[in-house]
Design a protein around this ligand. Structure first.
Ligand code: SUG
Length: 420
């Protein structure tokens, strides 16, 4: 079998780290702001993530992992001339963030079939808009360089400041079939609204250039100001694409008519499922995370939405999804998962995963999981992850020690101690 034939989409999920907490650090992320100060449950959170990976595997999908980062981030605190014992509470909260779990913000990925040098390109995201996320990229890059060390890949560092880049959460790829060249769509925000626009147009354009994408098959769409103002801090809160299907809210993009015209010209077979605001108000879409679904096509199966269970709790969304599945459209099945601990920080099923279209045999196998490896990860989590963390305990040195021990145990279990 040639490499092109062996190419599949792998979902790399961020394992929820032992410092998972609700410090309310993300302005414009309504769930995170609304849950600031709540007690978090890192152990339950990580087990929910593992259960989601098991559900994806049960559908026949290939599953990978990314590992939690060292927390508190003492390198970052040292660069700020302080440390975990002496830093002010806000810096400690920033240094303790487990936000690397949202792997959709780890990098932007262009499969080999789309790039000039026929390698799969990954650009680590700089995440520079939010202080708690801006120090993620070095530890992410270290993992990407190991997981994708094979010459089939090109791994890039971050786009330089001041151009904010939040990775795959603001990138969509549509293609006629597995293995055929895609249309890559970069979605950026216009600054100046009530909430930060985290993806800068120039960052998106730089990523497209460094990946060697064909300009004729690359689109740049602006997010609507209304979407950002309503809490769509990333495009993947209001749109998702897979295969030849785009599923998006009517108010996701600044100029949807022009956007869809350009997309149809490049990919005539595209199926655009646009959800009218009259049917699902933007606020309901964001509250339910209807669009933060994983849209997947299991081998031999039908296009399926993996939705957060919260989508069942919002009436307009529940009704829409029922009709969607019953209708003649391209999305034929729905599967609900419980990721409520991540959801409470604004991270749904799609946030938790980074899609890489590649031949799995070119990936470092320590970053791929089967059920047995998921069992082993779950056992470490059960043994070492804190049961709960209250935000007013984030500076507790005993908690820091427990979190370090927990991560070390996971790295040892997965034979990844070079990340220590
Ligand atoms: O960047 N939440 C993340 C959620 C990221 C969701 N990812 C995607 N949409 N792809 C964020 O806002 C909350 C952290 C806190 O407040 O402690 C947080 O970072």
């Amino acid at each position: 079998m040639s490499r092109a034939e062996a190419v599949v989409e792998i979902n790399f999920d961020g394992i929820v780290g032992p410092s998972h907490n609700y410090a309310g650090l993300s302005i414009g992320n309504l769930a995170a702001q609304g849950n600031a100060g709540r007690v978090a449950h890192p152990r339950a959170a990580a087990l929910e993530g593992i259960a989601k990976m098991r559900a994806a595997r049960a559908l026949g999908l290939t599953q990978g992992i990314l590992l939690p980062h060292p927390r508190p981030d003492t390198d970052w605190l040292a660069a700020l001339s302080t440390d975990a014992a002496g830093a002010d509470p806000l810096l400690i909260a920033n240094a303790m963030s487990a936000s690397a779990m949202w792997a959709a913000n780890a990098a932007t990925v262009s499969p080999a079939v789309d790039t000039a040098d026929a390698r799969c390109h990954l650009s680590v995201a700089n995440l520079l808009t939010m202080p708690h996320r801006a120090h993620e990229w070095p530890a992410t890059l270290a993992q990407l360089r190991i997981a994708f060390a094979h010459p089939a890949f090109a791994v890039h560092g971050p786009v330089p400041t001041p151009f904010g880049d939040e990775g795959a959460a603001n990138h969509m790829r549509l293609a006629a079939s597995d293995g055929s060249p895609g249309v890559e769509i970069f979605v950026y925000g216009r600054p100046g609204g009530a909430f930060p626009a985290r993806q800068a147009e120039q960052a998106s354009r730089a990523v497209a250039r460094r990946h060697g994408l064909n300009p004729a098959r690359t689109l740049f769409w602006r997010q609507s100001d209304a979407a950002i103002a309503a809490g769509a801090f990333h495009n993947d809160v209001v749109a998702v694409a897979d295969g030849a299907v785009l599923f998006a809210h009517e108010l996701a993009f600044a100029d949807p008519a022009a956007a869809y015209r350009d997309l149809r010209a490049l990919l005539p077979m595209v199926e655009i499922v646009e959800v009218p605001a009259a049917r699902v108000p933007l606020a309901d879409a964001i509250r339910s995370y209807l669009f933060n679904a994983q849209l997947v096509k299991p081998p031999g199966g039908v296009p399926t939405l993996i939705l957060p269970q919260e989508a069942q709790g919002v009436e307009s969304v529940r009704g829409f999804v029922t009709d969607l599945i019953a209708g003649n459209g391209p999305i034929r099945a729905v599967h609900h998962v419980d990721v409520r601990e991540s959801m409470a920080n604004g991270g749904g099923p799609a946030c938790l995963r980074l899609r890489v279209v590649c031949d799995p045999s070119t990936v470092d196998p320590r970053f791929l999981v089967d059920d047995a490896r998921l069992d082993r990860i779950a056992a470490v989590v059960e043994r070492h992850w804190p049961v709960s963390i209250a935000p007013d305990t984030l500076a507790d040195l005993a908690l820091h020690a427990a979190i370090r021990t927990a991560r070390s145990a996971l790295l040892a279990e997965l034979d990844l101690t070079e990340l220590a």
